[in-house]
Design a protein around this ligand. Structure first.
Ligand SMILES: [Zn+2]
Length: 140
C-alpha cells in the first residue's frame, strides 16, 4: 500500500500488515511510524490525499479558534494510536484559505476523512481523544 511520509511527504510502498515494528521512509530515512499530525498546504494537499492508501483525517483549524486549540492535543494523542493505519493532517485555514473555500468549510474545527482520494466523512466541532479514535477506526 502507498503511504505518504509524515516527514518529507514522499510516497512509500509498504506491505500491509496488522502491526509494524519498523518502517522507514525510502527517501528521508526517517520513521514512517512517527504519527505527529502533518501540516498540509494547498501545494501538498492533493498529492497527499491521492497517494495515501490509508485514510487521511484532516483537521481544518485556525490559530484564533479556541475549540481548535483545545482539540489539538487530543488530535495529537489520537494520532499516536494509528501508525500506518490513519494519516493525521492539519490545514491552517488562515494560511490556506483556498482549501477552506474549496471544501466549503463554514465552521472550525471541521474534520474531514478522505479514503482513496474521496471525502467519506465530515464532522464539525471539537472532539475528545476517544471520540477521535472511534471516528477514524470506522474507516480503517
Ligand atoms: Zn520521508
Amino acid at each position: 500500500m502507498r503511504v505518504v511520509c509524515p516527514h518529507c511527504l514522499a510516497v512509500n510502498n509498504v506491505p500491509k500488515k496488522e502491526s509494524y515494528k519498523k518502517a522507514n521512509c525510502g527517501k528521508c530515512k526517517q520513521s514512517l511510524l512517527d504519527t505527529k499530525p502533518i501540516e498540509l498546504t494547498q501545494a501538498a494537499f492533493d498529492e497527499v490525499i491521492v497517494n495515501s492508501d490509508i485514510p487521511v483525517i484532516v483537521d481544518f483549524w485556525a490559530p484564533w479558534c479556541g475549540p481548535c486549540k483545545m482539540m489539538a492535543p487530543n488530535f495529537e494523542k489520537a494520532a499516536k494510536k494509528f501508525p500506518l493505519k490513519v494519516l493525521f493532517a492539519k490545514v491552517n485555514t488562515e494560511n490556506e484559505q483556498n482549501l477552506g473555500a474549496r471544501f466549503g468549510i463554514r465552521s472550525i474545527p471541521t474534520l474531514m476523512i478522505f479514503k482513496n482520494g474521496q471525502e467519506v466523512h465530515r464532522v464539525s466541532g471539537a472532539l475528545d481523544e476517544n471520540s477521535l479514535s472511534q471516528l477514524v477506526s470506522q474507516f480503517i
